[in-house]
Design a protein around this ligand. Structure first.
Ligand code: P6P
Length: 338
């Protein structure tokens, strides 16, 4: 029987072989993974522990806050604030950055997260997940406020997500490929199950909320209508569509078997560049996708090159199999160039 490799062994060996994971970063990743284990337990309890439903308030995004959103957010804050590896944290659920309390030492990393992505699916028992991104505190930073987080995604030192589905799976990159770990509930350990996730260059599967078609801009209409035309149209083959409405679940499927995930900007609110948030949804997912051989753009440029202006800024997202992302991005550029 093959010896199982734990998350800790994987991180220690990455550090030994590639010097990629200083002790403080390894501590950070293990603490986040432990917090995701606790979130998974709470998610799995659901109605049995009266954890479903809304809290009765809205978050900074204007979205109804679920009980489990709050629990997941608190779990990540409490797990990470004492370790001495972080200078500050930022969350989809909190308007402002969270500074490490004075009673604890501060470290050189910044942690950003969407504590429970897709939480609207919780009450109907559909997969959700936690998304996280790790940046370094900029040299010489004095004020630990929002400004220290405003770095392009290319500066991430690690990123990942936990998907709470039939299995609980942690997917992680430290810049040397993407690995997946399945939670072994009997031992409580994260066990390496996919040493290197790679997205196929070609795909026949796409993910988009098709009910928004009347709001899409022309390049997206053109791209999707070609997919819908299938073997009778210019693409010459049939495509399949999936939409879980939980980014973690849709991206995990795409990382596992290929595909392209899209949440475009649309005419519902021309002032908004899209629905998904750059810093703790698009950037970590773009890092993972590129590390798995795929591509990620906002329809114009590489997501990881975007210079952020605000902590909760939104962005259009096209990510997945490289050939498809390049095509839909080319359609945007052609449209822009008349
Ligand atoms: P829609 C969940 O609320 C989320 O932020 C992502 O996880 C998901 O991909 C998207 O929104 C779903 O949006 O408009 O289809 O409900």
């Amino acid at each position: 029987m093959m010896k199982s490799i734990s998350l800790t062994q994987y991180l220690v060996e990455k550090q030994r072989e590639k010097n990629l994971i200083p002790a403080e970063l390894r501590l950070l990743l293990e603490v986040v993974a432990r917090a995701c284990k606790r979130i998974s337990i709470a998610v799995n309890k659901g109605a049995l522990a009266d954890l479903l439903g809304d809290v009765g308030i809205e978050n900074v995004q204007g979205e109804a806050v679920k009980k489990l959103d709050m629990i997941a957010n608190e779990t990540l804050l409490e797990a990470n604030e004492w370790g001495g590896h972080l200078a500050a944290m930022a969350s989809e659920e909190m308007e402002h950055a969270y500074s490490i309390p004075h009673r604890y030492p501060k470290g050189e990393y910044l942690l950003l997260f969407d504590p429970l992505d897709g939480s609207s699916n919780i009450d109907v028992n559909v997969s959700t997940g936690t998304i996280f991104s790790v940046l370094r505190l900029p040299e010489g930073a004095t004020r630990l406020d929002e400004s220290v987080f405003l770095q392009p995604g290319s500066r991430q030192v690690a990123a990942g997500y936990a998907v709470y589905g039939p299995s609980t799976i942690l997917v992680l990159t430290v810049g040397d490929g993407v690995a997946a770990f399945t939670l072994d509930r009997e031992t409580g350990s994260w066990t390496l199950t996919v040493p290197r996730m790679e997205i196929p260059e070609q795909t026949s599967e796409y993910a988009i909320n098709a009910s928004n078609r009347r709001h899409w801009y022309p390049p997206v209409v053109r791209y999707i209508d070609e997919l819908l035309a299938g073997s009778t149209g210019p693409r010459g083959k049939d495509y399949n569509m999936r939409w879980v409405a939980s980014m973690v679940a849709d991206v995990h499927r795409m990382l596992s078997r290929g595909g392209v995930f899209m949440y475009p900007a649309d005419a519902r609110d021309p002032s908004l560049p899209g629905k998904l948030r750059l810093m703790y949804e698009a950037n970590p997912m773009a890092f993972l996708v590129e590390q798995a051989g795929g591509a990620a753009t906002d329809g114009r440029q590489r997501i990881l090159d975007i210079e952020p202006k605000r902590l909760h800024q939104r962005v259009a997202v096209f990510l997945g199999s490289r050939s498809e992302v390049e095509r839909v991005t080319a359609y945007h550029n052609e449209h822009r160039n008349g």
